[in-house]
Design a protein. Structure first.
Lengths: 126, 234
C-alpha cells in the first residue's frame, strides 16, 4: 500500500471513480449545452439568462464546476507526481511539486468559488 | 549490416555511448538477434548481455531492439531491422549495470510486493487442492509470464514511479492469484492494491501488450483488478 497525503481521497479507487463520474457529468453538461445552442438560433441575453438561471440548470452548472475541479485536481496531481520527480528536477523536485500542487489547488479553488458565485448570482427566470 | 550497440562500463566510461559495429549476415538465413549479439561478441569480447536458454523460456535476454522491447533469442533480425540498421539498447527505465545488462532490482521488488504465491490458511487436503477445468482455465493467459521485464520497462508509468507503481508484470501476477480459486487472500490482496499508485497509475496505453514476447495481456488483467476493486468498494 502506497500512501500519499496530497491525493484527493488518498484512495486510488475513490480517485478513479471520482474521475470517471465527473467525466460523465461533464460529458452530459456539454451535450446539454450543445443541444440548447443547436436548437435555439439567434439567442439574446434574456434567453440565455433564463436558460442558465433556471433552478435545474443552476444545479447542473454548479455540479459541472465541481466536477471540473475534482477531475482537474486528480489529473494535475497525477501529472505532478509523474513528471516533477528527482530524475528531472534533482533535489528540488519536492519543492517544485509542492509549488505546482499549491498553485493548482489555488487556481481550482478560485475557479470553484467564482463559478458557484457566478451561477448563483444569475437572475432567475422572469 | 550496421548495428549500433549501447555501451557503458561504469568502471571506465563517464557516460554511455552508442557504438557502431558492422557485421556480415549469412545469405538466405534469418538470424535471431541473440545470434547477432553472439557474433558481435566474437568481434568485441567486452560486450555484455544476459542470456541463458536461447528459446524464449528463461526471460534473461530482454533488450530494446530498434525501440521495441523483446527477447533477443526469439526475435528475428528481419523483424526489427530497418533499412539494414539495428540499434540495440538495454531495457529502458532500469539502472544499467553494464552495456545491455540492467539491474532488475526494482522490477523484482514490485513483483515481491504482490505476494506471487498461493495463500490458503485452510488445512490442506490429503493430496492436493483441486480445481474444476473452468477454474483452471481462469489462469490461462496469466501463469505463462516468464518475468523478462519487457512489459514493465516499456511502461512510462513504471519509468516514472518504479518504486510505487507495481507495473504490468507484477499486476499480471497479482491477478493470477486473485483469479485462483484456491487462494483465500483475495480481500487482503485487493486492499494492498487500492492506493493511488499500485494499480491506478496504469493509464491503459497498452505498451505492455504490444511488447510481451509471450503474447499476454497485462492491461486486461489490470482492468479486471480494477473491476474487483470497484466491486469490493461498492
Amino acid at each position: 500500500m502506497v500512501t500519499q497525503v496530497t491525493s484527493l481521497a488518498r484512495s486510488g479507487l475513490a480517485d478513479f471513480l471520482i474521475q470517471r463520474l465527473s467525466a460523465v457529468v461533464l460529458a452530459l453538461y456539454t451535450l446539454c449545452l450543445l443541444s440548447f445552442f443547436a436548437a435555439n438560433d439567434g439567442l439574446d441575453h434574456v434567453q440565455l439568462a433564463a436558460f442558465f438561471g433556471s433552478a435545474s440548470m443552476r444545479a447542473f452548472s454548479v455540479l459541472a464546476v465541481l466536477s471540473t475541479a475534482a477531475h482537474g485536481w486528480i489529473g494535475l496531481w497525477t501529472v505532478g507526481t509523474d513528471y516533477l520527480r528527482p530524475h528531472y528536477f534533482g533535489a528540488q523536485a519536492a519543492v517544485f511539486r509542492m509549488v505546482f500542487q499549491v498553485g493548482c489547488g489555488l487556481l481550482l479553488f478560485i475557479y470553484v468559488w467564482w463559478g458557484i458565485r457566478l451561477f448563483w448570482m444569475l437572475p432567475g427566470p422572469a | 549490416m550496421q548495428v549500433s550497440v549501447y555501451r557503458y562500463n561504469p568502471d571506465v566510461d563517464d557516460k554511455p555511448r552508442m557504438r557502431d559495429m558492422s557485421i556480415e549476415l549469412p545469405e538466405g538465413q534469418d538470424l535471431m538477434v541473440l545470434d547477432l549479439l553472439e557474433r558481435l561478441k566474437e568481434q568485441d569480447p567486452s560486450l555484455s548481455y544476459r542470456r541463458s536458454c536461447r528459446e524464449g523460456v528463461c526471460g534473461s535476454d530482454g533488450i530494446n531492439m530498434n525501440g521495441l522491447n523483446g527477447l533477443a533469442c526469439i526475435t528475428p533480425v528481419s523483424q526489427v531491422a530497418k533499412r539494414g540498421k539495428l540499434a540495440l539498447r538495454p531495457l529502458p527505465g532500469l539502472p544499467v549495470i553494464r552495456d545491455l545488462v540492467v539491474d532488475m532490482g526494482q522490477f523484482f521488488d514490485q513483483f515481491e510486493k504482490v505476494r506471487p504465491y498461493l495463500i490458503n490458511e485452510t488445512p490442506p487436503p490429503a493430496q492436493e487442492r483441486l480445481q474444476s477445468p473452468e477454474q483452471r482455465a481462469e489462469l490461462d493467459g496469466l501463469y505463462e509470464c516468464i518475468l523478462c521485464g519487457c512489459c514493465s520497462t516499456a511502461c512510462p508509468s513504471f519509468w516514472w514511479n518504479p518504486d510505487k507503481f507495481v507495473g504490468p508484470a507484477g499486476l499480471l501476477q497479482a491477478y493470477r492469484f486473485l483469479a485462483d480459486s484456491r487462494d483465500t487472500a483475495g480481500d487482503e490482496r485487493l486492499r494492498d492494491l487500492e492506493d493511488p499508485f499500485s494499480v491506478f497509475r496504469c493509464r491503459g496505453i497498452m505498451n505492455c501488450v504490444n511488447v510481451c514476447p509471450k503474447g499476454l495481456n497485462p492491461t486486461r488483467a489490470i482492468g479486471k483488478i480494477r473491476g474487483l476493486l470497484v466491486k469490493q468498494g461498492t
